[in-house]
Design a protein around this ligand. Structure first.
Ligand code: FEO
Length: 394
C-alpha cells in the first residue's frame, strides 16, 4: 500500500513490524510506523527522518521520491531517536542540507550527534516561516508534546499540519488494517504523551486558528477526513476528562482468589446495569492497555491481594504508572484481600491520595483469603456506590 498525500507532498515513512517493544516497554502487536515526509517545491524539505532500525527502507523511499534531487531543508520536529535516528545519513547524502529546528533542538542536538552544523542550521521560533516556493512552512513550538524541543509545522498551501508525536498511533500503516483509529491512538496517547496534558491543551489552542485539511503525524495514518473527531478526542484526553461512561476493574491476584472476587464484582456490576465493564489481570494483561482504560472510563475499581505489608507488586506498578501519567478526576472503589493482616487497601488508598481530584468510594471491601457469603452485602454496597457514581457523557 502506498500512502498518497499530494503531487508535491510525499509519504516516505516505514513500518517496523519486527520491533519487540516500542520504547523498550510497549507491546506493539501490529508494529509501529515511523513517518517521514518530503515536500517537493523549488526547494525540497524533508520532514523528519526515521528510527535507524529502518534506515535502509526509508533511504530507498527518500531517493525514489527525490528522483535525483537533493534535500535543501531537514525540518526536525522532535529529536527522539525514533524520528531523528537517520539525521546523520541525510547529512552524509546531502552535505549542503540546512537543518531546521528551534533553539532547544540545537541545544540537544550535540547530545545525540557529534556533527558540526556550522553554516548548516536554521533556528526558527514561534510563528517563523520558511518559503519553499508555492509551499510555506510556519513553525509552532510544542514543548513537552512529548519532549521539550518538539515543534509542529503548518504548510499553508495544502493546509497540512505536521503534528510530530501528536495524533500518533501504534500500528503499521502500510499494511491493510481496518482497526478503529482511537483504540491504538488512545493507548499511544496516554502512555507516551499522557503526562503532558496541559502542553497538549496549549498546542490545541495555538493551532485552533489554523485552517487544517490534513494532519501528518510521526506515527500512524495520515488523517484527512473528519478532523474534528480526532481533535475532539485529543481535547478530551488532554484535559483528563473521561471519554466514556464505564468501569475499569483491575485486579492483582496471587493464587486466583482475588481474581475470583474481581470477576464476581464485574459480573455484579453488569447485573446492576453497567453497560461497560473492562476487566484486567494486571499480572498478565497489557499494562499499557489497562492505563488506557483507566483514563478512558469515569470509574475504576482496584482489587488486590496484600503482599509484604503492602500491595501485590503489579498493582503497585499500575498505580505508580497512573500517578506518573497524571491520572486524575476519577472515582475509585477498592477491594482488598489478605489472609492475616490485610494491607492492600490502605496502601492503594495512600497511593491514590497523592493524585489530583480522586474520590475513593465507601465502603472499602475486605476479603479474608477467599470471597464468602459474608462478604456479599459489602460487595453489593460497593456495586451500588460505583453505579451511583457513574456520570453521563454525551
Ligand atoms: Fe515518536 Fe516522542 O517520539
Amino acid at each position: 500500500m502506498n500512502i498518497q498525500i499530494s503531487d508535491s507532498v510525499k509519504y516516505i515513512g516505514v513500518d517496523d513490524t519486527d520491533i519487540d517493544l516500542f520504547e523498550s516497554q510497549y507491546e506493539v502487536p501490529d508494529g509501529v510506523s515511523y513517518n517521514s515526509y518530503l515536500i517537493l517545491d523549488d526547494k525540497v524539505a524533508l520532514m523528519d527522518t526515521v528510527d535507524i532500525r529502518k534506515i535502509d527502507d526509508w533511504e530507498e523511499n527518500l531517493k525514489r521520491e527525490l528522483a535525483g534531487r537533493a534535500v535543501d531543508y531537514l525540518v526536525v520536529s522532535h529529536l527522539e531517536p525514533d524520528h531523528a535516528g537517520s539525521i546523520k545519513r541525510v547529512i552524509e547524502l546531502y552535505p549542503d542540507v540546512t537543518i531546521v529546528g528551534n533553539a532547544k533542538t540545537f541545544t540537544m542536538f550535540p547530545q545525540f550527534f557529534e556533527i558540526s552544523l556550522e553554516g548548516h542550521s536554521l533556528v526558527v521560533k514561534e510563528g517563523d516561516t520558511l518559503e519553499l516556493g508555492k509551499h510555506t512552512l510556519s513553525f509552532y513550538m510544542a514543548p513537552m508534546v512529548h519532549w521539550p524541543e518538539v515543534m509542529v509545522t503548518y504548510e499553508s498551501n495544502e493546509k497540512i499540519l505536521f503534528s510530530a508525536d501528536g495524533f500518533g498511533k501504534f500500528g503499521a500503516v502500510l499494511t491493510e488494517n481496518e482497526e478503529d483509529w482511537a483504540c491504538e491512538a488512545r493507548r499511544y496517547y496516554f502512555n507516551i504523551v499522557g503526562k503532558y496534558g496541559a502542553s497538549v491543551q496549549q498546542l490545541l489552542k495555538k493551532t485552533a486558528g489554523l485552517d487544517i485539511e490534513m494532519i501528518c503525524p510521526l506515527h500512524g495514518p495520515v488523517l484527512k477526513d473528519d478532523l474534528g473527531y480526532y481533535i475532539g478526542l485529543y481535547d478530551i484526553w488532554s484535559s483528563y476528562k473521561p471519554e466514556s461512561k464505564g468501569v475499569l476493574v483491575a485486579y492483582a491476584s496471587i493464587h486466583g482468589n482475588t481474581k475470583k472476587a474481581a470477576e464476581k464484582f464485574a459480573e455484579m456490576l453488569k447485573d446492576s446495569g453497567e453497560e461497560k465493564v473492562s476487566l484486567f489481570d494486571l499480572s498478565r494483561d497489557d499494562m499499557a492497555e489497562a492505563i488506557e482504560d483507566a483514563f478512558r472510563y469515569d470509574r475504576m475499581v482496584l482489587v488486590a491481594a496484600s503482599y509484604d505489608a503492602g500491595v501485590f507488586p503489579c498493582m503497585q506498578d499500575f498505580l505508580n504508572h497512573l500517578q506518573s501519567k497524571s491520572y486524575q478526576n476519577r472515582t475509585v472503589g477498592i477491594i482488598e484481600n489478605g489472609s492475616w493482616a490485610p494491607t492492600a487497601g490502605r496502601t492503594m488508598k495512600s497511593m491514590l491520595e497523592v493524585m489530583k481530584n480522586i474520590t475513593v468510594l465507601e465502603p472499602m471491601v475486605t476479603i479474608k483469603s477467599t470471597l464468602k457469603e459474608e462478604n456479599m452485602s459489602a460487595l453489593m454496597e460497593l456495586v451500588n456506590a460505583v453505579t451511583n457514581a457513574g456520570i453521563n457523557i454525551v
